[in-house]
Design a protein around this ligand. Structure first.
Ligand SMILES: NC(=O)CC[C@H](N)C(=O)O
Length: 231
């Protein structure tokens, strides 16, 4: 399985994502610059956190126009796996690849601390190794993580089981609607989340709870490919 980590001017979690792939699943991984126009070599594309284009206009609002985004849409349409983390999540919503928008935290402060999350859906390919209802600890670090969707879209997300992660009851750090910390698209191959699983891949970092996102996606990819080989 081959991973890509997209790099925009201002990305600052690209190295963490790269190392997390190496450490958690030992698979091939490349950095892919925002000007790239071909992602056909990759099975899973990580859109890392940071401050792409300095967060000017709005977080993710400029990155969505980068040349690599056309290739990303193609990859998504081919069913490849995409995980947007923090600024990556913001970029995916700005690009219309995930529903909703990330508004300023209701505190108007940048929040940077360990967060407790509840696994809402473990049927998604990125979530298979977690148990449904499990509480996990993954850090957050954002100023604009306040997830918002209109009422009709929220009902759709709930009905389609597209909410993957919620902040544990009473711990919502940013005002997100319905305590939402992570969602997927209707097809399930595109996931966006504000917490940083790549920063929680070893006990030495304070938690290893993010590791299963990487092991899950490898397992999902292998299952899919074994099934294809049998057919
Ligand atoms: N860690 C991040 O990716 C931060 C995202 C964005 N710059 C924010 O502050 O909301």
């Amino acid at each position: 399985m081959k991973f890509a980590v997209l790099v925009f001017p201002g990305s600052n979690c690209d190295i963490d994502c790269y190392k997390a792939v190496e450490d958690c699943v030992g698979q091939q991984v490349d950095y892919v610059w925002h000007t790239a126009t071909d992602l056909s070599a990759y099975d899973c594309i990580l859109v890392p956190g940071g401050f792409s284009y300095g967060d000017y206009l709005r977080c993710g609002a400029i990155a969505r126009f980068a040349p690599v985004m056309t290739a990303l849409v193609e990859a998504i349409n081919q069913g490849k796996y995409v995980l947007g983390i923090c600024n990556g999540f913001q970029i995916l919503t700005e690009a219309g690849l995930l529903p909703g928008a990330l508004l300023r935290n209701n505190s108007l402060k940048f929040r940077c601390h360990q967060a407790s999350l509840e696994v809402v859906n473990n049927e998604n390919p990125f979530m298979m190794d977690y148990a449904k209802g499990e509480v996990i600890h993954i850090p957050i670090a954002h100023g604009e993580g306040n997830y918002y969707v209109d009422e009709a879209t929220l009902a759709e997300l709930q009905a389609n089981n597209q909410i993957l992660l919620r902040y544990a009851a009473g711990t919502n750090p940013n005002g997100s609607l319905d305590d939402i910390a992570g969602v997927c698209n209707k097809q399930g191959n595109v996931v966006g989340m504000m917490p940083h699983p790549e920063r929680a891949v070893h006990e030495l970092l304070g938690s290893a709870d993010g590791k299963k996102m990487f092991t899950s996606i490898l397992k999902a990819w292998r299952n899919e490919h074994d099934a294809a080989a049998i057919r």
